[in-house]
Design a protein around this ligand. Structure first.
Ligand SMILES: [Fe+2]
Length: 470
């Protein structure tokens, strides 16, 4: 008998669709049941999906034709027996409001989860506790949803090298009870950062033939006696990591803007010279989101996004600028925070021309009410910058950062933070920083069509640690 070993995850939620995701331990038929009653006494089977070995027995049931702003209860089963009402209550999700309809809402975001590193899931348990109070509609997960390379914390005891290894790391990390309990209740949108593949990795050339990791990682791994394949980053290993990334994080996302060939068979091909990426957009009432893929087209010291993703971002910005009162650009890595002595150059600071290009894009188009959401730093912050424009009104851009859910907080990094002083930034202000495990909560409020946005940071217990009205 097959078992559901990971999931459910509520992915790709829009005002009419949802992807219910799960992973089994063997070949199975995944069925999704939906109803309006909390005990699912009215449930009907809305779809099923065959979980096959080629996709690591992961799959999603894609459900369409839902009503906006409507709460549905659901169950995933590996047989065709309807869920029993005595097992109530069943988890639920609420669909998004119709696009462009300004409706108040709140969501959470964060990044970096290495269970056992600090507080054994306490941050996620705290987030689950606060769901009713804040009526959180979804969670944005900004990367490092696993740490494939941290042999001491990934459940493998070694560095992930093959598809089977990467799948085992997901099983270990996402199998944590705090993670599973949260994910079945809170719809999620995910994007990768570096550790889904390896630490601070990038391609060595635009051919995407092979990758590289920092020399100090290679040195430590040599010292530890890890095999040669763990001390370099072969195309084969990146392909394996991104295959398993697809299986767990991307297959249930909203439709990708330019997906790699092969995703229709759940086998994305990471081909040399290919332009595809994993970026996507979604809307939530009066708010539009662009979720950047800052990793899979990155070429070390050469480019962060490829031309295809830049074009997609620019087109999106012009489309949503006036139609959506609030805009969020989601970047796994920080745009507006620099560090003294940051020799890794793994963030937007390593690609200064592209960072200026992004800021100029916002300034030239006078994009108001735009917020950057980011993670990665193992500390949180709220930063506000003013951009000089050709017109009379300057543009204000905010960066909200939340990291980590659970990882060693970097107090030193926080002390080394420095401001970004590049054109067209004329004013730079840090509202707060926080360096314990945390998640962010964003409240979007509309009054007479005018938006206001509040950002709060929560630790693993207690009230908000910091907050700012942006
Ligand atoms: Fe991280």
């Amino acid at each position: 008998m097959p078992n559901l070993v990971l999931g459910p995850v509520i992915g790709g939620l829009s005002h009419t669709t949802v992807n219910l995701w799960g992973r089994a331990d063997e070949r199975a038929l995944l069925s999704a049941w939906l109803g309006r009653a909390p005990d699912l006494s009215d449930a009907r089977m809305v779809g099923s999906s065959l979980l096959v070995e080629a996709a690591g027995f992961s799959g999603k049931v894609q459900i369409t034709g839902l009503k906006p702003n409507t709460t549905y209860h659901y169950a995933l089963t590996l047989n065709e027996t309807p869920p029993k009402p005595e097992n109530a209550p069943f988890p639920s999700f609420t669909t998004a409001p119709p696009p462009q309809q300004p409706t108040d809402f709140s969501f959470a975001f964060g990044s970096c989860f290495l269970p056992g590193a600090v507080n054994d899931g306490a941050t996620l348990r705290h987030l689950a506790q606060l769901l009713p109070q804040h009526d959180l509609r979804f969670l944005l997960m900004l990367g490092d949803q696993i740490y494939a390379d941290l042999w001491w914390g990934n459940g493998l005891g070694k560095i992930a090298l093959t598809e089977e290894d990467y799948r085992a790391v997901y099983l270990h990390t996402w199998g944590h009870p705090a993670w599973r309990e949260l994910m079945r209740r809170l719809p999620a949108y995910m994007i990768l950062d570096d550790h889904e593949v390896d630490d601070d990795w990038a391609w060595t050339s635009a051919d995407r033939y092979e990758g590289r990791i920092p020399w100090w990682d290679a040195l430590v791994r040599k010292f530890k006696g890890f095999p040669a394949e763990a001390r370099r980053l072969s195309h084969r290993r990146i392909q394996a990591a991104l295959q398993v990334y697809w299986e767990h994080q991307a297959m249930h996302a909203p439709p990708l803007l330019l997906p790699p060939d092969g995703v229709e068979f759940d086998r994305p091909l990471i081909l040399p010279g290919d332009h595809s990426h994993f970026a996507y957009t979604f809307e939530w009432g009066g708010a539009a989101f662009f979720v950047l893929d800052t990793r899979t087209q990155r070429v070390y010291k050469h480019r962060l996004l490829n031309r295809a993703q830049w074009k997609a971002l620019e087109d999106w910005l012009l489309q949503v600028k006036d139609r959506y009162p609030v805009k969020f650009i989601v970047s796994s890595i920080t745009v507006l925070s620099d560090l003294w002595g940051d020799f890794t150059r793994d963030r937007w600071n390593g690609y200064p021309d592209e960072r200026r290009r992004l800021l100029h894009l916002l300034a030239a188009n006078e994009v108001q009410n735009l917020y950057l959401l980011t993670g990665d730093l193992h500390s949180a912050h709220a930063i506000e910058v003013t951009l000089q424009t050709a017109g009379k009104t300057p543009v204000k851009v905010w960066e909200f950062c939340s990291s980590p859910f659970e990882q060693k907080p970097s107090k030193l990094l926080m002390a080394l933070a420095k401001s970004v002083r590049v054109h067209p930034i004329t004013d730079y202000r840090v509202h707060f920083r926080y360096s314990e495990p945390n998640f962010g909560v964003v409240h979007v409020h509309f009054s007479e069509g005018r938006p206001s946005v509040r950002f709060e940071i929560y630790g693993d217990s207690g009230p908000a640690k910091s907050a700012v009205e942006a």
